[in-house]
Design a protein around this ligand. Structure first.
Ligand SMILES: Cc1cc2nc3c(=O)[nH]c(=O)nc-3n(C[C@H](O)[C@H](O)[C@H](O)COP(=O)(O)OP(=O)(O)OC[C@H]3O[C@@H](n4cnc5c(N)ncnc54)[C@H](O)[C@@H]3O)c2cc1C
Length: 394
């Protein structure tokens, strides 16, 4: 067990943990609410936004995180309604040349749960339903936190406050809670902007259960079936931080000449349904824990989206916290949580940086070598790489 001055300040004979406040109602905050409740802890979640965003985006949730969601009580039938079980990932050049067909369906079912491409909005709705609307306090922006020997307290912009035995910061990459736990954290901009959307869409080049990823030079894109006759798409382009967002026409122009399914999806997406997110990540923090307060998800270990693992890692954090808090006193549980999850979270951030370099290689010779390496990869190795992605061991 790793002990730090922050965690060892809590006595191991302290009374059992009864209540928790979670700041942030994203995938990490909602998942940890479910995990804590299963450990017998009363939980309230405070979310800054007071309504669901009308722009939806998509996620890949790999097999290991899907297993975690099933364990947290999300029914398999609900997962089938929010997304589509991935049968195969087609890795292609932007011009459409197939580099690799990754047998994700077969590998995931061997691991015990399908991997899914899903609508982020629908997954959040499924998690919210499982948490229960009475425990989710929307429109509550946390401005500051404080703690004494007995309680931790969040203060909100409307002047109200909420106290509990434990406070968890699941408030994303620009976390307020993090400022109290690990002040002065450094965020890094990757130089890339992600744009995407979810729409009603079927296409002869997009078989059901397929995810198509298109690798270019200093850019990439992709499209995936998310079930119910819908698809999600994304395009990653170079952009300065805070710069103007590309219009639908600019994005469609950017992918003209690529494998045409992506262009057709962009052209068919209503302008108001296109979302943009700059790809930032977070340098390792000195600590994720300060006495009665801990961080999880992007607040603790934000990564760029290039390995598609950030939400999955937030779900894993949630499950670990639930298990460890059920097993022992608060101080030990949080020290063990940090020891178990911090190296893993930091690995995801590093791995995402590697995937950014590999999937957007600018040098034409290196890009050709990369493509040849993928195109000639032995079947056994393809299966191994696919399994690393689906099991989260990559
Ligand atoms: C373009 C893109 C594609 C991605 N694709 C994938 C993928 O395929 N697979 C994958 O696993 N991951 C993916 N990710 C990463 C994933 O989105 C994040 O890692 C994940 O959302 C982190 O969850 P979270 O709950 O920690 O944070 P968030 O999802 O950011 O949620 C934080 C919540 O806290 C709220 N909040 C913020 N501040 C406050 C405050 N002061 N008070 C109260 N509430 C507050 C926010 O409104 C938000 O609802 C992608 C990310 C991007 C940008």
């Amino acid at each position: 067990m790793e002990s730090s001055p922050h965690t060892s300040a809590l006595r191991t004979d302290a009374p059992p943990l009864r209540s928790a406040v979670v700041i942030g109602g994203g995938v990490g905050g909602l998942a940890v609410a479910l995990a804590l409740r299963r450990a017998g802890i009363a939980v309230d979640v405070y979310e800054r936004e007071d309504h669901r965003q009308d722009r939806d985006t998509g996620f890949t949730i790999w097999s290991y995180a899907v297993r975690a969601l099933l364990d947290l009580g999300i029914p398999a039938s609900r997962l089938d309604a929010v997304g589509s079980a991935i049968q195969a990932t087609e890795l292609r050049n932007t011009d459409g040349r197939l580099l690799e067909l990754m047998p994700l369906g077969q590998v995931s079912s061997r691991l015990g749960a399908a991997s899914y491409d899903c609508s982020r909005g629908d997954l959040l709705a499924a998690l919210t339903d499982a948490v229960g609307p009475e425990a989710l306090h929307a429109g509550s922006a946390c401005m500051a936190i404080e703690q004494d020997g007995e309680r931790a307290t969040a203060r909100f912009s409307d002047g109200t406050a909420a106290s509990a035995d434990l406070l968890l910061g699941a408030d994303g990459i620009r976390s307020t809670v993090r400022e109290a736990v690990s002040p002065g954290a450094r965020l890094n901009y990757s130089g890339y902007l992600g744009s995407g959307g979810v729409l009603e869409f079927t296409h002869p080049l997009l078989p059901s259960g397929h995810h198509i990823e298109l690798w270019g030079r200093r850019t990439k894109g992709g499209i995936a079936d998310v079930g119910g006759g819908r698809a999600r798409w994304y395009v990653i382009t170079r952009a300065p931080p805070g710069g103007p967002r590309p219009s639908r026409e600019t994005l469609a122009r950017h992918v003209r000449g690529w494998y045409p399914v992506l262009h057709d999806a962009i052209a068919g997406t209503p302008v108001h349904a296109i979302a943009h997110a700059e790809a930032w990540d977070l340098d390792p923090l000195p600590t994720w824990v300060d006495r009665r307060v801990a961080l999880l998800g992007d607040a603790a270990h934000a990564s760029t989206p290039f390995a598609a693992m950030g939400a999955c890692a937030a779900i894993e954090d949630a499950v670990a916290l639930g298990r460890l808090l059920a097993a022992g006193p608060l101080g030990d549980a949080l020290a063990n949580y940090q020891a178990e999850r911090k190296p893993r979270g930091e690995h995801v951030t590093r791995h995402s940086r590697t995937m950014l370099r590999v999937s957007t290689l600018a040098n034409p010779i290196l890009a050709r070598l990369r493509d040849a390496a993928f195109a000639h990869m032995p079947a056994k190795r393809i299966e191994q790489v696919t399994e690393e992605m689906a099991s989260g061991t990559g």
